[in-house]
Ligand binder design. Structure first.
Ligand SMILES: [Zn+2]
Length: 480
C-alpha cells in the first residue's frame, strides 16, 4: 500500500516538471515510472524503503541539527579567502592544501592527492575601444585559450552576424580583414556554447582577424562571461573574446543601419604548463572497501568572480558527505570516495588523468556522482545507466519526497568531469537542482557567495550525503 502511494506521488511529480530550456540538467528525459514496474524484486524495494529513517536522520541533522549552515559557512570561508582558483595558479594549489587540512579537522585522514599536469592560461591586459562611429570603451573578457593581439592591438572594421548560418551567406571579401561579431541569442547552453568554442575558427575561415561573441547567458546587467574556446587544426588562429549582450546588440543596431564601425582590440595572455592535484578523500566501507561510490565537484574555477557556484557549491556538498556520515557514525558497506577534481574548466584535465590512472580498477566504481550545475534546491538526480540501475536510483529517490527531491532524469551523459568515466559504462548521476538562473552567473564576476543560500545548501548536502550513503550501503551493486 505504501508503495502504491509512493508511485502516485512520483507520477504526479513527474508530470509537473517544467522543461525549462535554460536549466542545465534537463537535457535528458524525465523518467516515466511505468518503466520500473516489475523491474525490481519486491524484497529490494522493501530494503530500500527501510532507509527512510536514516534519510530522515541525515536531513534532520543537516537542516536543523548541528550541521545546519555548516556547508554554506565553510564554502564562504573558502571562497572569501582564496577567491578565483584558475588552473595552474598558486592560489589553486593553496586552496587544495586548505581543503586537505579542513578535511583532517573533521577527523578524516584518508586523504591523498594525485598529481596532474595542467595547462595554464593567464589573462593579461584586455581592452576594446570603439573608434567609429563614436568613441566608446567596450568592456571585454578574453575567452580561455585565446591567442594575444599584437601589443598595439588589432584595428579593423566590424561585421555583425547572428549565427554561423548567417556567416555562410556572406562572401569572403565581405569579411576579409574585419572583426567578426557573433550576436547569437542564448537558447540552451549546449546549443549556444558552440559560438564560444568555434567562433574564432569560423571567423578565420572567412578571413576575419578577430572574433567577438555575445556572452553566453540568458540574462545580463552588462555582464561578461568567459569560458574555454578552441582552435581547429589548419585554420589561422585569431583572438577571441566575449562582450556583453548590451554591447553586442548595440553593435548590431549600428551595423544594421549601414554605419561603419571600427574597433581596436587589445588582448594579452600567457601560457604555461604546471603541476596540480586531484584530491581523494576515502570514507572506508566496512564490508566491500574495494568498491567505490564516488561523489565529486571541481575545485578550480575561472579567473573572475569567486567560483562560489561553479563549482564551490559542488565541491562543498561533496566534501560534506564523509564529514556528515562520520559525525553520525554511519558506516556504509562500500567505500565513499569524495573527489575534488582539478582543472575542469580547461577541459576536464583532472578527470581524464584520474580515468587513465585508475582505468584497470574501473570495475570497482559502483556508482559515480558529480555536482557541477549549481547547488540550488535539490530536485533529484540525472542518471546514466541501464534500466535496472535507473529503477534502483528511482526507488532511492522516493525517500526524498519530504524535500521534493524525488525526480529522476534519464540522461546518458550527465555531469562534466564524470562523463570521462560514465562513457566507459560506469553508472552515474549529476545533481539535478532548481538551477534556472545558473547561466546568469556562470563564468562571470557575479559567481560569488551572494548566489548561494545557506538553507538551500543544507538541503543539497543532506540530499547528496543520504543518496550516496544508500547507494554505498544497499545489498546490491548498481548493475551495468
Ligand atoms: Zn564547473
Amino acid at each position: 500500500m505504501r508503495y502504491v502511494i509512493y508511485l502516485l506521488i512520483l507520477v504526479y511529480e513527474v508530470q509537473c516538471i517544467p522543461r525549462n530550456k535554460n536549466s542545465v540538467s534537463v537535457k535528458g528525459n524525465v523518467s516515466n515510472i511505468d518503466k520500473c514496474t516489475n523491474v525490481l524484486p519486491e524484497d529490494l524495494k522493501e530494503e530500500i524503503a527501510e532507509y527512510q529513517d536514516i534519510v530522515n536522520e541525515i536531513l534532520q541533522y543537516v537542516i536543523e541539527g548541528d550541521f545546519k549552515g555548516k556547508t554554506y559557512d565553510e564554502l564562504a570561508k573558502f571562497v572569501d579567502m582564496f577567491g578565483p582558483r584558475p588552473a595552474g595558479s598558486e592560489v589553486l594549489e593553496d586552496s587544495i592544501d586548505y581543503m586537505i587540512k579542513l578535511t583532517n579537522t573533521q577527523k578524516l585522514y584518508d586523504v591523498v592527492t594525485e598529481e596532474v599536469t595542467v595547462p595554464q592560461w593567464k589573462r593579461g591586459k584586455e581592452k576594446i575601444v570603439m573608434y567609429e562611429p563614436r568613441h566608446k570603451i567596450i568592456p571585454v573578457l578574453g575567452l580561455g585559450g585565446s591567442i594575444c593581439t599584437p601589443p598595439e592591438g588589432i584595428t579593423a572594421e566590424v561585421v555583425v552576424v547572428k549565427s554561423f548560418k548567417d556567416l555562410e551567406n556572406l562572401k569572403k571579401h565581405d569579411v576579409l580583414g574585419k572583426i567578426l561579431v557573433f550576436n547569437s541569442k542564448f537558447t540552451a547552453y549546449d546549443e549556444t556554447v558552440v559560438y564560444r568554442y568555434d567562433a574564432a575558427s569560423r571567423a578565420a575561415e572567412k578571413g576575419a582577424v578577430a572574433a567577438l561573441i555575445r556572452s553566453i547567458t540568458p540574462f545580463s546587467i552588462n555582464s561578461l562571461h568567459t569560458g574555454m574556446m578552441s582552435y581547429r587544426e589548419n585554420i589561422t588562429n585569431v583572438p577571441a573574446a566575449a562582450i556583453t549582450i548590451e554591447d553586442a546588440e548595440l553593435l548590431k543596431r549600428i551595423y544594421d543601419r549601414g554605419v561603419k564601425i571600427v574597433l581596436n582590440i587589445q588582448m594579452q595572455s600567457t601560457r604555461d604548463t604546471k603541476i596540480s592535484r586531484n584530491t581523494l578523500v576515502d570514507y572506508k566501507g566496512i564490508q566491500n572497501p574495494e568498491k567505490l561510490v564516488i561523489v565529486s565537484g571541481h575545485i578550480d574555477s575561472w579567473d573572475i568572480g569567486q567560483g562560489a557556484m561553479d563549482d564551490g557549491g559542488g565541491l562543498f556538498i561533496s566534501w560534506a558527505v564523509p564529514v556528515i556520515l562520520r559525525r553520525l557514525h554511519l558506516l556504509p558497506k562500500r567505500t565513499i570516495r569524495s573527489i575534488f577534481w582539478t582543472a575542469e574548466e580547461l577541459g576536464l584535465i583532472g578527470a581524464f588523468a584520474y580515468e587513465e590512472r585508475h582505468r584497470n580498477q574501473s570495475d570497482n566504481i559502483n556508482f559515480i556522482m558529480e555536482s557541477d550545475e549549481g547547488t540550488f534546491a535539490p530536485l533529484g538526480l540525472s542518471v546514466a545507466g541501464n534500466q535496472e540501475a535507473r529503477c534502483i536510483i528511482a526507488e532511492i529517490l522516493k525517500l526524498f519526497k519530504s524535500i521534493n527531491a524525488s525526480t529522476l532524469i534519464e540522461d546518458d551523459n550527465p555531469g562534466s568531469d564524470i562523463t570521462v568515466i560514465v562513457k566507459n559504462g560506469v553508472p552515474g548521476a549529476s545533481f539535478y537542482n532548481a538551477n534556472d538562473r545558473y547561466f546568469w552567473y556562470h563564468h562571470s564576476e557575479s559567481d560569488t557567495m551572494t548566489v548561494q543560500d545557506s538553507h538551500v545548501m543544507d538541503l543539497g548536502s543532506a540530499f547528496w550525503t543520504a543518496a550516496a550513503y544508500i547507494i554505498a550501503d544497499i545489498s546490491v551493486d548498481i548493475p551495468r
